[in-house]
Design a protein around this ligand. Sequence first.
Ligand SMILES: [Zn+2]
Length: 664
Amino acid sequence: MQTPRRLVGALLLAGLTGIAGFAQAEASATLPAPLFPTLKTVAQIRQACDSGLASAKKALAQLERRKVDLGWMAAFDDYAATVEDGQSAVDFVQYVHPDKAGRDAAQACSMRWTQFNSTVAQNEQLYKALKRAPTPQPRDRELQRVALGAFEDSGVSLPAPKRQRAKAIIDKLGELDQQFNKNIRDASLQIAYTEAELQGVPEGVWKNARRDAQGRILLGVDYPSYGPVLQSADNPETRRRMWEAKVNEGGEPNLRLLAEIAQLRREYAGLFGYDNYVDFNLRRRMAGNAQAAWKFLDEVQATVTERERADVAELQAAKAQHLGLPLAQVRVERWDASFYAERLRQARFQVDQEALREYFPAQESLRFAMRIIERLMGVKYTPVPAELWHPEVQAFAVSDAATGKPLANLYVDLFPREGKYNHAAVWPLRGSATRIGRLPAAALVVNFNRKGLTVDEMETLLHELGHAVHNNLSNTFYLQQAGTAVMHDFVEAPSQMLEDWVVNKQVLPLMREVCADCKPMPEALVDKVVAAKHFGKGTQYGRQHLYASYDLALHGKDPQDPQALWAKMEGATPMGHVPGSKFVAGFSHIAGGYGAGYYGYLWSLVLAMDLRSPFEANKLDAEVGRRYRERILAQGGQKPAPELVRDFLGRNPSNAAFFDYLKH
Ligand SMILES: [Zn+2]
C-alpha cells in the first residue's frame, strides 16, 4: 500500500537560495483540488490527526466487511484515499511548520500514522481479499501485484511470532528515522565569524545575518550559507569550520541510530530468509538484487575513478599555484574542493557561479521553470491567492493548455527560514484517481537565496519541479498508482531528465517571455557554462558512487560500524577521509526511505539520460513532450517502469547515453 514519501534531491550539496512579486494572481482563478488544510495551531494539528485516524479506522472496518466482488479493488482504493486525506498534510507540516510546537505536534501525529499503517500492512483479512479480488484490466492486475508485494514485505504471510517482530521493527524504524532527522533539525548549528574571516564571501550571504554579543556574524549550516562559504571564503580556516560543523551535524547520536537502523533492517530481511537487506529490498525494483546493483556501480566506478583522480590533480595544482607552494607540499582538503573548483571554473571558463544569480532572480526563475513545463507538456500554471502554511508559500492551479481542463494544485515554498526542512524536496500530498475525479496536489520545498539562483540551483529547481509534474500530470485510474508511485529506482528519472533543460540556447530565451526586464545570459557565457559543467564530473559522480556503495555495504550481510565503514570507504577515495568527520551522521536519505536504495539516483540517471534522447533535435518539441506526458507521467505506476520507458522510447532502455556523458 502506498504511503506518502518525500522525494529528495540527489546531491546533498545541491541547495538553493530571492523575492520579486509573481505577476498578480488572477482573481478569478481557483485551485482545482481541495486546498491544503489549515494546520496552524497545535490544537488544529491534533484535531486533524484524531479525525483523520478515526476516518481511516472506520474506512478500514468497512473494507474488511465488504464482499470481494468486481468492485473490491475500487473500494480498496477508496480506503487509500481516506488514508491520504487524513495523513499527508499533517505528515508534511512537521517539515515546514513555522513553529517548533507545530512541527513537534505534527511529528507526533506522523508516528501515530506510521503505527496505524504498519498494522494495516499486516492485515491478513485485507491481504486475502486482495488476493481473491477480480482483476479484469491490466491496471487492476498491476495494482494487485504491487499491493500484494507490499503486504508480503510487511510480513503478513509470515508465521505469527515473526509477523509480530516484523511489525515491531517497522514501527521502530519509523521512529528512528524521525529521530535521525529531528537531531539534524534541532542541532541548528551556528558558527560565529568576524567580517575579516568572511573575506571573499559575497556580502549578501552574511550582511543581514544575526550577530552574537561580540558582534560576530552567526551563520547556519544551511545551503544559502554553507555553499557560498565553502566556495568563496579566502581563509581556509573559515571554510574548515563551516565544513566541520556540517559534517558533524548529526553527531554521535545519529551514528548510533544508523547502526541500529542497519541492524534492524538486517534482522527484518532475515525474517524473510534473506541474509542481507539489499537483496530483500531490491527484489521488487528494476535492479532486482544486490548483485545487479553492485555490477552497475562497478561499471560506473571503472569510468569515474580515473576522472576523479584527474579532477583532484587539477585542484591540487590550483592550490599549489594559489599558495605559491611546490605541488608535493600541497594536499587538497575536503573544505578546499569547492573553493578551488570554483577558482578553476572562473579562471578557465570565466564562470562565476555567484555572478550567475543576476540572470536568475528567484521568483522569475520559478516562472521560467514553469514556462519550460508549459511549452513542453502543454499545461498552464496560474497563480492563485491562498493562505497556506506560511505567508511566503505560493499556490498555483495547473490546467491543460489546449482544453483548459483543471489538472492539479502546486504549492511552492521557496525561501529558507528557521526550523524549515533544509534540503530540496517535493511532497506528493494528493494523488490522482480518474475513477473518482480526484485531482492531485504537490508541495515543492526548496531554500533559495533571495538574490537569485546559480545554475546549479536552477537545475535543482527543475529537478524538483520534475517530481511535482510527475504528481500533477498523473492521470491514473487508481490513486495507489498515481504519479510517483513507480518503482523506487525509476522515481528520480523524470526529475533528473529535466535538469538538462536549463543551460540551453533554445530554452534560455523563455526567460524573456516571463521577465522582459531580466538580463539575458549572453551566448558566449552559455557556452562557458556548458563547458564548465563538464569540469568536475569526476568528483561529482565519484561522490555519488561513494554514497551508493556505502549504502549497499552498510546494508550487506555483515554488520558494520557506520563510522568505521565510512572512514574506510571515504578513505579509499582520491581526497581521503578526515579523521573524526561524521558525514554519515547527517545522511538522512539512508536512515529513511532511500536505505539500501541510494544507488537508485545513479540508476535512474541512466534512464533519465536515455529519456532525453528523443528531445535531442528539439529541446522544446511539444509533440515529444506530449508523448512523454501521456506515456510516462500520466501512467504513474499503472505499468512496471521498464514498460513505461519502452512505450515512450519505442525500444529497450540503454545505458549508452550515460556512459558517453561520463567519458565526454
Ligand atoms: Zn529527486
